[in-house]
Design a protein around this ligand. Structure first.
Ligand SMILES: Cc1ncc(COP(=O)(O)O)c(C=O)c1O
Length: 429
C-alpha cells in the first residue's frame, strides 16, 4: 500500500509493547504522543459484556453491545413467550409493551402514549416518510437536509421524492464546523417557500457530529416546516435526552446502540399535533381504533402491535436502562467523552490534519471521526482487524479517508493506545 504521510521523520523505533506507553510519533517533530497511563477513571469490566474479549472493539456506533445480564433478560422474555405463546401474544403483550413504555418514558421525558417501540431507527423514519409522502409532499416541495445524513435515510427520502416529485436538497456542511450559530445560519439560509420538511441527524453517522438541532426545530415550527429528526445515535450518548424539548415533530432513536439493549430496539416519537393523524405502514388489529381492551392512546394503539413477532428486545429496554443506572453511567459516559477527546488530540498530533469540529462536547459525544492521510481505506481497515484485532470503521467520506472511534463504557485508554500504535505501524509500512 502506498501512503503519503506528513513530514516523515524515520528515526524512531516503535516499542513492541502496545499497552500504556509514552510513544514519540514517527511522523512529527512538533508533537509528542504521550499516551496516558490509565488516567481515565475505571471503565466497566469487559466481562459484563458479551463482546469477544480478544477484539479491541471500537465500533459501538454501528450496532451497540449488550451486557450479559441484559441479554439474559432478553432471553428470559423469549422463553416466557415460548412457554405459553397464546397467553403471551394473545392476552398479555399489549399490556407488557405499555408497561415497558411507561418504564422507558422518563428516560426520554415522554409519556407511554407519545412513543412506540420499533425495531430500529430505519423503521421509525420510514413510517414518518411514508406517511408524509402519501399525505403532505407534492411536486416541487423541498425536503431540506445536509450532506452528512445516513445513506439509508437518503435512499428513503429519494424514494419519497420519486413518488411525489419533491426535491431532496442537501446543504453542504462547512467543515470544520465552527459555532452552532454558523451551522444554524448555513442551514436556515437555504430555506425557501418550497421547504416543507427539515430532516436532520441529531448525531451524524460518518462525521460523528452533534448537530445543534433545537434552534432549527424551533424556527421550523414557527415557519410551518415539519421537522423529522434522526436520533439513531442519541439515546445514551447525550444525556439527559429530553425529546419534547428538542422541539421536533418526529424523532426516532435507537436503544440498541448506546443504551446497551438487545438489537432491534428503538423508538418513534410523534408530537401530539400528529399523533391522531399518522398512519402505520403495517395495518394490523390496532387500526383504526386500537386493540380490543387496550387503553393505549391512538398513536400507540395503531402503531405498537403489528402481528406475530418477538418483542423481547423491546421488553428488555427497561433492564438496559436499569443496568446503566446501577453502574453510574453518568460517570462512565463522562470518561468516554474524555477518551474521545484524547483520541481527537492524539490523532491530530499524529496526522497534523484538522478535525471536523472543535474538540468540545458541543460538537462531539462518545464518537470522533478523524481524518487519515491518503490511503486505501479498505486495506487499513482490514489490517487493523487482521493484524491487531481492532474493530473500527475506516471509510472515505466526501473524498477524504477517515476512521471513527466509538467509546463505550467497556473501552479503556488501552484500546486507544493500541489503535494509535497500530495505525503508526500500518502507515509506516
Ligand atoms: C445517523 C444514523 N441514522 C440511522 C441509522 C440506522 O440505524 P438502524 O440500522 O438501527 O436502523 C444509523 C445507523 O448507524 C445512523 O448512524
Amino acid at each position: 500500500m502506498r501512503i503519503v504521510l506528513p513530514t516523515p521523520k524515520p528515526d524512531i523505533s516503535i516499542s513492541p509493547i502496545p499497552n500504556g506507553l509514552c510513544i514519540t510519533p514517527p511522523f512529527s517533530s512538533t508533537s509528542i504522543l504521550c499516551v496516558h497511563i490509565i488516567s481515565v477513571g475505571i471503565m466497566l469490566s469487559r466481562d459484563l459484556f458479551l463482546i469477544d474479549p480478544d477484539v479491541v472493539f471500537l465500533n459501538n456506533g454501528s450496532f451497540g453491545a449488550c451486557p450479559r445480564s441484559v441479554f439474559e433478560e432478553y432471553q428470559r422474555w423469549q422463553l416466557e413467550l415460548e412457554r405459553q405463546p397464546v397467553e403471551f401474544l394473545g392476552r398479555r403483550i399489549m399490556g407488557l409493551l405499555k408497561d415497558a413504555r411507561e418504564k422507558v418514558g422518563p428516560f426520554l421525558n415522554l409519556t407511554a402514549d407519545d412513543f412506540v417501540f420499533v425495531m430500529n431507527t430505519t423503521e421509525a423514519m420510514n413510517v414518518v416518510a411514508r406517511w408524509l409522502m402519501l399525505n403532505h409532499l407534492k411536486a416541487g416541495d423541498e425536503i431540506l437536509t445536509t450532506d452528512h445524513e445516513y445513506g439509508a435515510m437518503n435512499n428513503m427520502w429519494r424514494f419519497a421524492c420519486q413518488y411525489t416529485g419533491a426535491v431532496y436538497k442537501a446543504v453542504p456542511v462547512t467543515l470544520p464546523v465552527t459555532t452552532p450559530e454558523n451551522f444554524i445560519e448555513d442551514i436556515w439560509s437555504q430555506v425557501t417557500p418550497r421547504t416543507k420538511i427539515l430532516f436532520l441527524s441529531h448525531i451524524t453517522s460518518a462525521s460523528g457530529l452533534v448537530f445543534p438541532i433545537q434552534e432549527l426545530c424551533q424556527r421550523a415550527r414557527t415557519a410551518g416546516i415539519i421537522t423529522v429528526i434522526d436520533g439513531a445515535h442519541v439515546p445514551g450518548q447525550l444525556s439527559p435526552l429530553d425529546v419534547p424539548a428538542v422541539g421536533a415533530d418526529f424523532y426516532a432513536g435507537n436503544f440498541h446502540k448506546w443504551v446497551c439493549s438487545p438489537k432491534g430496539s428503538a423508538f418513534l416519537y410523534v408530537h401530539p399535533n400528529y399523533q391522531a393523524a399518522i398512519e402505520p405502514i403495517i395495518i394490523s388489529h390496532g387500526w383504526p381504533n386500537g386493540w380490543p381492551g387496550s387503553e393505549d392512546g391512538i398513536f400507540a394503539a395503531r402503531h405498537q402491535g403489528q402481528g406475530t413477532g418477538d418483542f423481547a428486545a423491546y421488553l428488555s429496554v427497561p433492564a438496559a436502562i436499569e443496568f446503566q443506572k446501577s453502574h453510574d453511567w453518568d460517570s462512565l459516559r463522562a470518561d468516554c467523552y474524555q477518551l474521545r477527546s484524547m483520541a481527537y488530540e492524539q490523532m491530530q498530533a499524529w496526522t497534523e490534519l484538522p478535525g471536523l469540529s472543535p474538540n468540545t462536547d458541543t460538537w462531539l459525544a462518545q464518537m470522533v471521526t478523524a481524518p487519515l492521510p491518503p490511503c486505501d481505506v479498505n486495506e487499513v481497515k482490514t489490517r487493523l482487524y487482521d493484524e491487531y484485532k481492532i474493530e473500527m470503521p475506516v471509510y472515505d467520506f466526501q473524498g477524504q479517508p477517515y476512521l471513527r472511534f466509538s467509546f463505550q463504557a467497556y473501552n479503556t485508554e488501552d484500546d486507544l493506545n493500541k489503535t494509535i500504535y497500530a495505525l503508526r505501524h500500518i502507515f509506516a509500512r
